[in-house]
Design a protein around this ligand. Structure first.
Ligand code: PLP
Length: 270
């Protein structure tokens, strides 16, 4: 990967290291990119659940985005947990100022234990304003259902939902099929010109904490290096799959995946 790939992550911190900013930094770094951060919230959690969430003020989030970008201009922005309408408004203003075109939006809504990571008003603004600014939006099935108000039971419903998101103003949509109860997992990529379906065998494990964060960060890294969005999604899905296969089996609950699966430690340090 080209070291030119500089990614600014706008997301929440996950103290357990499996999701959020921590997953994003590990992913971008292991794929050879340079990660910068604007932290939106601090969560205290472990693999069994979320204990608390402390939001960072919208002003401080904007400062992190703008001041950081003034000096080291990112090629791509990856957006994860935002939490509130005020934070989304602040992020929108900052994005307008820094003028970065490549934006990967993971519309984070709930943690694996069911804790809400965004409020209702924020979902409305995300739908009305933020979706339009993103190059790609990467909802999972529950997130796509909330954004489109439809039930997704089959793969064809995923394509239907993706088309609703395009009508809402999304430029490219990747709906992740992992929540459907099929042995073959299908992730659906749709824009106005093309549909691509990425098929993989489903790996049955509870250790999937942070898969969404990891996937969107991997897409952002490949995309910032000049790969097409479709190719970036394809490569990022393979990367996450391998990270699940090689999961470290940490924690009593929904444990982390192996973000560092591309790193081969040189013999000298082993
Ligand atoms: N962002 C933060 C800060 C989180 O704590 C979580 C989940 O706990 C997520 C995002 C979403 O994680 P996932 O990638 O598993 O959807």
């Amino acid at each position: 990967m080209k070291p030119k790939s500089k990614i600014l992550i706008v997301a929440g911190s996950d103290s357990s290291g499996g999701a959020g900013i921590q997953a994003d930094i590990k992913t971008i770094t292991s794929l050879g990119g340079y990660a910068m951060t604007a932290i939106t919230a601090i969560t205290s959690q472990n693999s069994t659940g979320v204990k608390s969430i402390v939001p960072i003020s919208p002003k401080e989030i904007s400062k992190q985005i703008e001041f950081t970008s003034q000096d080291i201009k990112p090629n791509t922005i990856k957006i994860g947990m935002l939490g509130s309408a005020k934070v989304i408004e602040a992020v929108l203003k900052s994005l307008k100022k820094i003028k970065i075109k490549k934006i990967i939006l993971d519309p984070v809504m709930v943690a694996k234990d069911g804790t809400k990571l965004i409020n209702h008003k924020a979902i409305e603004i995300l739908k009305k304003k933020l979706i339009k600014k993103a190059t790609l939006i990467t909802p999972n099935i529950p997130e796509a259902e909330i954004l489109t108000n439809i039930k997704i039971k089959k793969h064809k419903d995923m394509i239907y939902a993706a088309n609703i998101l395009l009508k809402l103003g999304a430029k490219n949509v990747l709906i992740k099929g992992g929540h459907l109860p099929y042995k073959i997992m299908k992730d659906v990529f749709v824009n106005k010109k093309e549909i691509a379906i990425f098929k993989n065998n489903k790996i049955l494990t509870r250790h999937t904490h942070g898969t969404g964060c990891t996937l969107s960060s991997a897409i952002a890294t490949y995309y910032s290096c000049g790969k097409t969005l479709k190719k970036s999604c394809d490569m990022a899905i393979k990367y996450v799959n391998h990270a699940i296969v090689t999961r470290p089996k940490y924690g009593k609950g929904y444990g982390p995946i192996n973000h560092l699966n591309t790193i081969i430690v040189s013999k000298k340090f082993r």
